[in-house]
Design a protein around this ligand. Structure first.
Ligand code: GLN
Length: 192
């Protein structure tokens, strides 16, 4: 199994560190030629969604990645990555891949409370540490989107078939359960 980590901007190195610890090999996607590699899944890291979206388009990577997601390649998207996947953004006129049928609010926690740490449940897991950094949350989901985590009545993690969208940064904590959960989805996808 090989995971491709989108590395044009943002917190990609932190995801790679966790993959290393889990013994999963990965490559970085920095330019169009990197998309010719063989890989089984994608990670879209946190960072600045406007910058990432712009770079992916300028580097001519955007359409290919969008097609891979539409064709069922598993994707783990955290924070800015979630914004890139969202079908609608409630407070931004830009949208990006639009493959995940949810409405997302950018910088949803405001400036004062922009960054905070909490613990909560995520799917089958309890007491998962969650690091929020100028985070978005999910305001509404369409049919067949599975809600995996809700914090203070806001949806912060969902799964829709091959897409896992998360408001917070599991790659910034020592807890590797969310990445392991994603790896399991990748394994199931590649054997089915
Ligand atoms: N606020 C950023 C954005 O709108 C996301 C923050 C993050 O990824 N930590 O893109």
């Amino acid at each position: 199994m090989k995971i491709a980590v989108c590395a044009v901007q943002g917190a990609f190195a932190e995801h790679e560190k966790i993959l290393q610890q889990l013994g999963v090999s990965y490559i970085e996607l920095r330019q169009k030629a990197d998309l010719n590699n063989d890989y089984d899944a994608l990670i879209l890291p946190g960072g600045e969604s406007t910058v990432q979206g712009k770079l992916l388009k300028e580097l001519d990577m955007f359409d290919i990645i969008k097609k891979q997601i539409q064709n069922g390649m598993p994707v783990l998207a955290t924070c800015a990555g979630l914004i890139l996947l969202a079908q609608n953004l409630s407070n931004d006129t830009h949208t990006y891949f639009q493959t995940l049928p949810v409405r997302v609010k950018r910088n949803a926690y405001g400036r004062q409370l922009g960054s905070f740490h909490t613990e909560g449940s995520f799917g089958p897991f309890e007491q998962v540490p969650m690091e929020f950094i100028r985070a978005p949350y999910i305001e509404s989901v369409q049919e067949n989107v599975e809600i995996l985590s809700t914090i203070d009545e806001h949806i912060v993690a969902v799964r829709y078939h091959n897409q896992l969208g998360i408001s917070f940064h599991p790659e910034l904590c020592d807890d590797m359960r969310i990445h392991a959960y994603f790896i399991e989805i990748v394994q199931q996808t590649s054997t089915s």
